[in-house]
Design a protein around this ligand. Structure first.
Ligand SMILES: [Zn+2]
Length: 305
């Protein structure tokens, strides 16, 4: 069942667990993530970043939306980290039920102006919007363990931003970093800051950069107000490591079903572990209650780049 993000995260916030947002590029990763969420009876957010969106033909999303629509699990299809209004429009046209506009590196007023514009457009189509305040860190130098650009979110800014924009979910910076973590770097999540932000805003909060963050810290964040956790690098790394190991053992293998079978199982193992940490296993039913803002039928659309 395909829903928008607001419908999925409302019950998660109410019941104190988080829904996993997994970034996929193509149909094999998609299959692994969806099948594991279904095996675990968990709600699911399938995410696509702008570069992944451009990599695929638009018809891929007709398949994604049709498959998620017939899934017994409540699901959302989410466009991650759009830096442009136009990208969000294209995602809505392609049948996504949720978009993120990331204006976190813009001056506050500009972030508000552009996020608000996306909210007005997306809400007209029944699509949810995630915004970002503060700045989630980036890995600048993997070997040297350097992290840059992290600006912690504050409860005051978070509350003001939600009021000014009308977003349905808010990504906050509390100590996580995007990508695989640099050597020797272990993030420390500021749980007190998170609790203060959760008290200050009504919308569900989102944790980005979930890959590699210690599981006990992520689980605590889910209890302290995080309703969505994004995972990308960690399961993709597991996927490609598995392919590498298989090719090393079977250098003449050419059948994709053989090469990818173990990789799919590897992804499923990571997804299952994450869903367990988020407290999302067996929670599909309770998200169905939030199905009111369900999405419209999705027909073929023409999208011009
Ligand atoms: Zn992110």
């Amino acid at each position: 069942m395909l829903m928008n993000l607001a419908g999925l995260l409302g019950p998660a916030k109410e019941h104190g667990f988080a829904v996993g947002g997994f970034n996929v590029t193509e149909s094999t990763m998609f299959k692994a993530v969806v099948e594991q969420a279904e095996a675990d009876g968990a709600p699911l957010i399938v995410q696509v970043s702008p570069n992944e969106f451009c990599f695929a033909e638009r018809e891929q999303y007709l398949y994604f939306t049709a498959r998620l629509q017939r899934s017994p699990c409540p699901c959302a299809l989410h466009y991650d980290h759009s830096k442009s209004y136009e990208g969000c429009v294209q995602a809505v046209q392609a049948g996504f039920t949720s978009v993120m506009f990331d204006g976190s590196r813009l001056p506050y007023e500009e972030n508000v102006r552009l996020t608000r514009r996306v909210v007005e457009m997306a809400h007209a189509a029944g699509v949810s919007v995630e915004g970002e305040i503060g700045c989630i860190g980036e890995t600048a130098d993997f070997q040297k363990g350097i992290v840059t650009d992290m600006v912690y979110s504050t409860p005051e800014d978070a509350a003001r931003f939600c009021r000014d924009t009308g977003v349905d979910a808010l990504a906050v910076s509390i100590g996580t970093v995007h990508g695989l973590l640099p050597k020797g770097f272990t993030p420390t999540l500021q749980q007190d800051r998170l609790r203060d932000i959760a008290r200050a805003v009504d919308v569900p909060l989102v944790l980005h950069g979930g890959s590699g963050t210690p599981e006990d810290q992520v689980a605590a964040a889910c209890r302290n107000g995080i309703s969505k956790v994004n995972i990308s690098s960690e399961f993709k790394h597991a996927y490609y490591q598995s392919v590498q190991r298989f090719i090393a053992r079977n250098p003449t293998a050419v059948s994709p079903t053989l090469v990818l079978r173990e990789a799919v199982e590897e992804v499923k193992r990571v997804v299952h572990t994450k869903l367990t940490v988020f407290g999302a296993v067996g929670r599909g039913e309770c998200c169905r209650s939030g199905a009111a803002p369900s999405v419209r039928d999705i027909g073929p659309v023409e999208v011009h780049d």
